[in-house]
Design a protein around this ligand. Structure first.
Ligand code: FAD
Ligand code: NAG
Ligand code: NAG
Ligand code: NAG
Ligand code: NAG
Ligand code: NAG
Ligand code: NAG
Ligand code: NAG
Ligand code: NAG
Length: 536
């Protein structure tokens, strides 16, 4: 500890002296990339700098920048691009990148899987602030310890890589995180992270037992003891980007049965089944959060072609049961007989095959598809809500009419309850626990950026319409479905201003997050349009 600190101090001073002597303080910002390179190569004088630090001149700058951008809204030429991309191969590269960017007055964006809904891990909203991306693409090793039923996962790994590694090591272990394999563990776990088995096992963040990170002073914190309880609490749901660069998580694996069972029941609101489908949804709202925690039964609304011509709404009820079809059958007949499910409607499989299924693959695909990072991208806008009282029929009918106005809307309704209700709202910064019946994710996709305004307007109208039917005071939202419409976005918001979105994401935990921020990053070095401001 003492040695590391001295090394850090020496480096800091040598850079300060070097920079102040050789670089005129007022040199144009177009020189920033050169100055950054000079600063970085003080610590790494040999050729390795060129592999780790990319400037706009580097041949791989463009391909690395674009590699993990999932929302094409933030790829356009009008979006400010980073002066530098650092792709660290070891933790000390991050340390030096932080010190050099502090000295040069550059902002840092941290990127793991690049799935941020508003592009905050790689896009800036202003040309005035020079920034660099620390992209963790090269830090993605996964070490599984079957004896301890745990894994150290570097932050640049994807959920798919984690699921794959677990499945290779055991057929009765799994991990409760999101369904999309290309999501990065860096962002996902630091914002909560839920998926098809979270009613049984909780959030991904709930299973984090240790972590490593580099803080705003460039210090490498090798474990939770060195972070202290507060910082370790904050990064498990408060979002990593306000607190530092998380380099690895240690997670506790969960035991899953050898056989799990899935089913999918698509229904439409076409004339002859509209009443029956509406009733199914009304029933779903009353049972989805109350069925045993082994059963995950979500519903997905989308627009589809009607068999009568024109369009109609489709509502799919899709289930995953941690057990056999034989045990699921009486459960469904008892709790939701209206779905009319029979033994033939169930498919038994392994847990990892259910991961393939919910990722949109065939359950007979090779597991290696989980390792693909190059998913197709589109432009999209998303929002989230929490429902605490069942939505009445009139409310639903109004919503469905609005969905039919859009070409490609999707609503994903995720039941809570089970383990989620047993964990206190203050255990982690993620506050949406007991009392949430289900969460809603609203999504709309489109192809051409010329259509952006039209679709974003539609989304805002739907959100306004839903106000009457969802959680209130505050109207809750999920951090990992980041939404810049929620409040005041600046990288220097005051605590009072930041409450506009902070209370929605974190409720009663927001103040504690801002106090911790003041302790670990009082100068607000790690900041973006929606980062937590320091508050004393
Ligand atoms: C197609 C798709 C499917 C999804 N499915 C689910 C789902 O099933 N369940 C669910 O809960 N969520 C889901 N999400 C949301 C997802 O959890 C969030 O977008 C998450 O933040 C993405 O993490 P990332 O590392 O891929 O993204 P990034 O864009 O890299 O990062 C997201 C945020 O975290 C910060 N960050 C990233 N890495 C680090 C790090 N190492 N240290 C500090 N800060 C860091 C970034 O700066 C940024 O603010 C989905 C998103 C998409 C696009
Ligand atoms: C990038 O290329 C331009 C034009 O060749 C050059 O002027 C500039 O110095 C280069 N920048 C760096 C950091 O090498
Ligand atoms: C470059 O220098 C660093 C730090 O001194 C060292 O760790 C690394 O191995 C060197 N790389 C090469 C290619 O010489
Ligand atoms: C954390 O790291 C410190 C310093 O290396 C060490 O003394 C301590 O035992 C570690 N704690 C845990 C829980 O690993
Ligand atoms: C719906 O119908 C249109 C033509 O009317 C067709 O182009 C499209 O592929 C159909 N979509 C689906 C999902 O069947
Ligand atoms: C169950 O399977 C039968 C036979 O394939 C099918 O006709 C029926 O529509 C299915 N029921 C449901 C609710 O999916
Ligand atoms: C991703 O890469 C794989 C293997 O190189 C390729 O088969 C697949 O078509 C690619 N997918 C996309 C969406 O580009
Ligand atoms: C959840 O809240 C309900 C109603 O407020 C309460 O009855 C129940 O005991 C709570 N459950 C747990 C596990 O705390
Ligand atoms: C925040 O920064 C903007 C410029 O980016 C500046 O105009 C404004 O005064 C700052 N606000 C506060 C509260 O510091």
């Amino acid at each position: 500890m003492a040695l590391t600190f001295i090394k850090f101090l020496t480096l800091f001073l040598s850079i300060t002296i070097f920079v102040s002597i050789t670089l005129p303080a007022n040199s144009a910002s177009s020189d920033l990339d050169k100055r950054f390179l000079q600063c970085f190569s003080l610590k790494y004088p040999n050729s390795s700098t060129a592999e780790v630090v990319l400037t706009k001149n580097s041949t791989s700058y463009e391909s690395l920048l674009q590699s993990s951008i999932r929302n094409l809204r933030f790829l356009g030429s009008s979006i400010p691009k980073p002066d530098i991309i650092v792709a660290p191969k070891e933790q000390s590269h991050i340390q030096v990148a932080i010190l050099c960017s502090r000295l040069l007055g550059m902002q840092v964006r941290v990127r793991s899987g690049g799935h941020d809904y508003e592009g905050l891990s790689y896009a800036s909203d202003s040309d005035d602030v020079p920034f660099l991306i620390i992209d963790l693409i090269n830090l993605r090793s996964i070490n599984i310890d079957m004896e301890e039923e745990s894994a150290w996962v570097e932050a640049g790994a994807t959920l798919g890589e984690l699921y794959y590694s677990i499945a290779k090591a055991s057929n009765v272990h799994g991990f409760p995180a999101g369904s999309c394999p290309s999501v990065g563990v860096g962002g996902h776990l630091s914002g909560g992270g839920f998926g098809t088995i979270f009613r049984k096992y909780g959030l991904a963040a709930d299973r984090v037992i240790d972590a490593r990170m580099v803080d705003a002073n460039g210090r490498i914190l090798m474990n939770r003891t060195l972070m202290g309880d507060d910082l370790f609490w904050a990064i498990r749901g408060g979002g990593g980007s306000s607190f530092g660069v998380i380099t690895a998580w240690k997670v506790k694996l969960v035991q899953v049965p050898e056989t799990v069972t899935i089913f999918n029941v698509p229904k439409t609101l076409d004339k002859d089944n509209a009443v029956a489908t509406t009733n199914l949804f009304l029933k779903w709202q009353t049972i989805a959060d109350k069925v045993p925690k082994e059963l995950f039964l979500h519903s997905v609304m989308s627009v589809t072609n009607s068999s009568y011509g024109g369009k109609t709404l489709q509502i799919s009820f899709t289930g995953l049961y941690l057990g056999t079809a034989e045990n699921l059958l009486p459960l469904m007949q008892n709790k939701f007989s209206e779905l009319d499910l029979h033994y033939v409607n169930f498919t038994e499989m392994s847990w990892i095959q259910s991961v393939l299924y919910f990722a949109g693959y065939s359950i007979n695909d090779h597991l290696e598809v989980l390792l693909l990072r190059n998913q197709t991208s589109q432009s999209f806008k998303a929002k989230s809500d929490y429902v605490t009282e069942a939505i009445p029929k009139e409310g639903l009918e109004g919503l469905w009419n609005m969905l039919l106005e859009e070409k490609n809307p999707i609503l994903i309704l995720t039941p809570y309850g089970g383990r989620m209700s047993e964990i206190s709202g203050t255990e982690t910064p993620f506050p949406h626990r007991n009392g949430s019946i289900y969460g809603i994710q609203y999504l709309v996709y489109w192809d051409s950026n010329e259509e952006t305004e039209k679709h974003v307007d539609w989304m805002r109208r739907v959100y306004e319409y839903m106000r009457a039917y969802v959680s209130k005071g505050p109207r809750a939202a999920y951090l990992n479905y980041r939404d810049l419409d929620l409040g005041i976005n600046r990288d220097n918001t005051t605590y009072e201003e930041a409450k506009s979105w902070g209370l929605k994401y974190f409720k009663f935990n927001f103040e504690k997050l801002a106090i911790i921020k003041a302790q670990v990053d009082p100068a607000n070095f790690f900041r973006n349009q929606q980062s937590i401001p320091p508050f004393n």
